[in-house]
Ligand binder design. Sequence first.
Ligand code: AGP
Length: 369
Amino acid sequence: EQIEKGGYDHFMLKEIHEQPSAIFDTFRGRLLSDKGIIKMSGVEDNMKRFLNADRIIIVACGTSWHAGLVAEYIFEDLARIPVEVEYASEFRYRNPVIYEKDVVIAISQSGETADTLAAIKLAKSKGAFVFGVCNVVGSTIARETDAGAYTHAGPEIGVASTKAFTTQITVLTLIALRLARAKGTISSSDYRLQLLELELIPDKVKKALESDDLVKSIAAIYKDAPNMLYLGRGFNFPVALEGALKLKEISYIHAEGYPAAEMKHGPIALIDENMPIIVIATKKGHYEKVVSNIQEIKSRKGKIIGIVTEGDEQVRALADHVIEVPESLESLSPLLTTIPLQLLSYHIALMLGRNVDQPRNLAKAVTVE
Ligand code: AGP
């Protein structure tokens, strides 16, 4: 097992650090930026089905559902296709309206999640086209779907999903860009920019990983907090949900993710000097609005940990701590902002003596209801 961990103390830490190469492997051979094209046979072979669809329904659970939420923002923004993101466990039982023209994308790291599989079967029985985004090659979901694209993240052993999340977002970004090009909803210059920026992501993730020592020192300050709040807007709202899920899973600290603007509709009542609040405040994502959310937190004495773009000064002046990530396109920023949140939950869990790789009550693949 020590050999499998490749010199890291835990699989989770190894998998966090594998993300630069995992993301690279995900777009390798698919993103041909010199030719300005994206090649994915599962999409190409079924282009008519994709272009004929009036909407996309994404079904998934847990972290994969969060990747689906990021994809909703990306598909709607780039490809102008309406997207609904569903918890597979709700979708399968609520007699949903499914049309033959619908494209259903099922996202699953393991490819064995019972609820996601049942949602796929339901969608297929109504004649929808079902596309799988799985990590485990040959898994049940990969076999049951009409077509698909693997994430190529390599085995993920830690129960808390890390590299599966970022590679799912990478695959879904490639699909959205390919469809945007086919539909003409993106200009050729924006398209080229997206491809070039996506190619830079592995190096930028490497850079984001350099915040490890800083994140560790912040973890030491807040490890005994009973609650934490994670806030983000736009593309980074789902990252806030994912950050909170990571913390809950492995540290057993109660955490909630919220869209930053929703704070004033309830969670603001929780804020006092004992509440650590992680705010994703990158430069391009409604920055000024997030800054005013941060001011509201500060006036209520909440402890602010800002996830900011390199060189940021405005949030630095307000927050108790800032963790910088490299600048990128707004739609690609979740691939970077999620890194310090993974590290934060890892270090807190470790300091609390938790079983990081196998947290209590959780299984890597939930194959029963
Ligand atoms: C993630 O950290 C969790 N362990 C869990 O939410 C997981 O993402 C969920 O069970 C879905 O699994 P899947 O991607 O294998 O379908």
